[in-house]
Design a protein around this ligand. Structure first.
Ligand SMILES: Nc1nc2c(c(=O)[nH]1)N[C@H]1C(S)=C(S)[C@@H](COP(=O)(O)O)O[C@H]1N2
Ligand SMILES: [Mo]
Length: 329
């Protein structure tokens, strides 16, 4: 995600630091200060904001749900392009809890995914807290091929495994006052060095209750026919492919049904650029770049970006009659 505090007119274009770098530098300063404090208690951990944390790799225990993979593919979700090679997808990620670099795979191995509980709470008849293995086994898993369009104007196509969010919503039995679903990522500064930087952690995202009930909204437990890799947001993440990628929150620990629109992580950082709705629209530029086309990673091509990332037949009716402008920010 590119982020920028300086106003564009303050420096000539030729001298302007690319926004991504400006963000990283600022973050490095902040992380450096936090790092001093942390170093006093954890001398073995050397964290670089750019490269993540160097840690001796401990062999990961086998995933207790591995027997569920590969799951049967749901043929209703077809692609207009090839699936992105797994090796590309595994090393081009956004997971700021572990650092700002795209190749976050090694640093993300610090994520401990068991024990892991997911709390389902708020305005529901059936609040509960479930161990991830019980949760994964409570719903039949299926594979879906989805496009994934980052707000940074690149895209991939991914074979996710998981179950429809609406199935979980149904078992929670929301009360009539529940208008939004709020998702929250873990918060653990010791485990996730990016969380030592001064941002509005934990990562929070949200959907309207109608969006959460849409067939496309998918809770993801695996990819490429296996349990989810850590850098993809194991053990549970969201995939809402008609929205920019930052809506697809990773490593979820809490799903709350609420009356008010949740304030998201990116709204907390830069509301003017990364809003609540974030529906993909090629005709509405980001304040600092065009969204008209996207780099298809691994394919060596750019493609025209499609309204709702090509999923209009599934989701356009969700927004019928709503004021259009903000829906695409
Ligand atoms: N908790 C959390 N969720 C997150 C992010 C993050 O940094 N932290 N990055 C978001 C962004 S910007 C994108 S594009 C996708 C990237 O998912 P991928 O790495 O599996 O492609 O995750 C989203 N979910
Ligand atoms: Mo993104």
């Amino acid at each position: 995600m590119r982020f920028h505090r300086r106003k564009g007119w303050e420096i000539p274009e030729s001298e302007a630091t690319p926004p991504e770098i400006a963000f990283s530098r600022r973050s490095a300063l902040e992380a450096g200060v936090a790092g001093l404090v942390v170093a006093a208690t954890r001398p073995a951990a050397a964290f670089s904001w750019f490269g993540g944390e160097e840690k001796p790799a401990a062999p990961a225990p086998p995933d207790p749900t591995a027997d569920l993979y590969p799951a049967r593919r749901n043929g209703a979700y077809v692609l207009d392009r090839a699936v992105t090679a797994q090796e590309i997808n595994a090393h081009y990620n956004n997971f700021y809890e572990f650092g700002m670099v795209k190749d976050i795979a090694a640093a993300a191995q610090a994520l401990r995914t068991r024990p892991w509980t997911v709390k389902i709470d708020g305005l529901v008849e059936a609040p509960r807290e479930m161990g991830i293995d019980d949760l994964v086994r409570a719903f039949p898993l299926e594979e879906r091929l989805y496009r994934h369009r980052c707000v940074e104007a690149w895209s991939m196509a991914i074979p996710w495994t998981g179950f429809p969010l609406k199935s979980l919503v149904a078992t929670a039995r929301p009360l009539s006052g529940a208008k939004f679903v709020r998702f929250e990522t873990f918060l653990d500064r010791a485990m996730a060095p990016g969380q030592r930087a001064f941002y509005p952690w934990p990562y929070v995202e949200g959907l309207t209750i109608e969006e959460a009930g849409n067939d496309l909204a998918f809770l993801v437990t695996g990819a490429y026919g296996a349990p989810l890799a850590r850098q993809h947001g194991a053990p549970l993440r969201l995939a809402v492919p008609w929205k920019y990628g930052f809506k697809s929150i990773k490593s979820i620990v809490r799903i709350s049904f609420v009356a008010e629109k949740p304030k998201t992580f990116w709204e907390g950082l830069q509301a003017s650029e990364y809003g609540f709705w974030a529906n993909v629209n090629p005709d509405v530029p980001h304040p600092r770049w065009s969204q008209a086309s996207e780099e298809v990673l691994g394919a060596g091509e750019r493609r025209k970006t499609l309204i709702y990332n090509g999923y209009g037949e599934f989701v356009a009716q969700l927004y019928a009659g709503m004021p259009q402008g903000r829906l695409f920010m």
